[in-house]
Ligand binder design. Sequence first.
Ligand code: BDR
Ligand code: CA
Length: 319
Amino acid sequence: RIPVIIDCDTGVDDALALLFAVRHPGLDLRAVTCVAGNTDVDGVVRNTLTVLERAGAGDIPVARGAERPLIEPARSARHVHGADGMGDLGLPAPIRTPADVDAVTLLRREILASPRPVTLIPTAPLTNIALLLRTHPEVTGNIERIVFMGGAVATGNATAVAEFNVWHDPEAAAILLTAGVPVTMYGLDVFTRVVVPGPDIRRLRASAEPGARLAGDLLAHRPASPDTDGDDPAGGLGDAGAVCAVADPAGISTRLLPVEVSLAPGPARGQTVVDRRPRPGESEIHDGAREQALVDVALDVDVERYVKLYLETVEAGRG
Ligand code: BDR
Ligand code: CA
């Protein structure tokens, strides 16, 4: 099984990602770390513990991480994810409490303790990951790769050009991209496309099994997608697609491309500038000598394949 750690800001679609990771038989979810993003970090910790309990995975360590981005103040996405950050589903408070160490310490400990190199899956602003990479660079020796949900080749969502996770902490994203670890970017270009049809959501919501039922309720609370119609709306997998990309990498098509995060104040702050020219980076005159990371960028996704994978995994119970 692939050892994985999810760093999240649960979050309706982060919750979908956690459910999938717990239940996929090929993934070994070793820890979950929390960061401010969709809601404040204490809300994220609460939501994360609740989801793991519902999924029957109560023993996975969960740690509280950064309260705010490296430089800017925290900004919430409550307008997307509800006042509790998780769709206001009225879920019970968790029974467990978080680990008595902070997220960076837990990340370091679990990465170094893993018998096989770990795949990190950040589905949130990259503050915890940036702090980890800067404070404990020795962890890179036991990181297989980082598959993060964030960025966009084309259109943004937080702003016209910036995706929320990168926009929320652009400096942290820049640190991740230039850390020298293999990185796959599961950006908005693929993120928004993986949508579960309404009838499947209805079936999940009627399930007797609490984890599958939670997945259905969460999908029903995903913001409207272009495929949404009438009484039977479709719901996006969102962050869960990034975990699908680890369990089943052949479901996405990627290209190794130079990517740079725009850090200057102004309308492009937080944009992931992806160089898709036929011979990227050759133009020394225009590009100068700036450090441009090579990132495996997801450009296409097999939507049916991931929807099938998600439903089969979540409905099969704990892996
Ligand atoms: C990302 O932002 C958050 O609101 C979602 O959970 C996802 O990780 C999409 O831009
Ligand atoms: Ca998220």
